[in-house]
Design a protein around this ligand. Structure first.
Ligand SMILES: Cc1cc2nc3c(=O)[nH]c(=O)nc-3n(C[C@H](O)[C@H](O)[C@H](O)COP(=O)(O)O)c2cc1C
Length: 227
């Protein structure tokens, strides 16, 4: 891990979207926080589940196309302030059905709202950078893995971050995030291998952590260029 960033005034919003504190996703999020701290960032960790965020759209947070100055619910307004305060945003989440989980999707739906994230000639989020770090059960060499990358690029980078004026948005996929390897056979059957244990499991998780660390470092290198 490189850590030569010296500007300690930059803030990273780390958004964790998982329902279990002992999940691999939460583990990777905590490691990412430490990596960012070591690189000099002030951290705002937004743990959506622990903070009780409800991903369901509400009347209060539904956009009003006639009023881009609408004041949304206090919770959403608070989350908007947290995004505004961040130079970079890193979302860490499990990939569910080739997409972000409902918890993260609902956060985008409710918080990345009209008049705040889009709908202005000068986007408020312009200049910010985003990393979407998704853990995947699929194996690295599974044919679905590059397809997931392409799908998330379309949904999250083009469809959300760039639409909202972000300068840079990247997808990082961490495959092999299950203790039992998964793949589809030619007939579409889900093949679940034996649980990986002991030293093999340690190596699997070390590889996952190293991959996450490299993705974050590459992303931060882009921040050093643009800062
Ligand atoms: C509802 C659901 C849908 C899933 N869909 C996918 C998928 O589309 N692609 C994939 O690679 N893994 C998929 N998985 C596997 C998860 O990505 C994997 O369990 C998770 O990343 C492991 O991390 P965790 O222990 O932190 O939950 C899915 C899991 C669940 C529960």
């Amino acid at each position: 891990m490189t850590s030569d960033l010296t500007d300690r005034s930059r803030t990273a919003l780390v958004v964790l979207a998982h329902h279990r504190a002992d999940s691999l996703t939460a583990h990777i999020a905590r490691r990412t926080v430490r990596q960012l701290e070591a690189s000099g960032y002030a951290i705002d960790l937004l743990d959506l589940h622990t903070e009780g965020f409800d991903p369901r759209m509400t009347l209060a947070d539904q956009p009003d196309w006639n009023d881009r100055e609408k004041t949304y619910s206090p919770e959403v307004e608070d989350h908007m302030r947290r995004i505004l305060a961040a130079d970079i945003v890193i979302a860490v989440f499990p990939i569910y059905w080739v997409a972000p989980p409902a918890l993260l999707k609902g956060w985008i739906d409710r918080v990345w709202n009209y008049g705040f994230a889009y709908g202005r000639s000068k986007p408020r989020l312009a200049g910010k950078r985003m990393l979407w770090l998704g853990l995947a059960g699929a194996a690295e060499d599974d044919a679905i893995t590059p397809l997931m990358h392409t799908a998330l690029e379309g949904q999250l980078s083009a469809g959300v971050a760039y639409y909202c004026g972000f300068t840079d948005s990247r997808i990082g996929i961490l495959p092999d995030a299950e203790e039992r390897p998964q793949r589809l056979d030619a007939q579409g059957q889900l093949l679940i291998g034996d649980a990986v244990t002991g030293a093999e499991r340690e190596a699997q998780y070390s590889a996952l952590e190293a991959r996450a660390s490299t993705i974050v470092d590459d992303f931060l290198a882009g921040d050093r260029v643009s800062a």
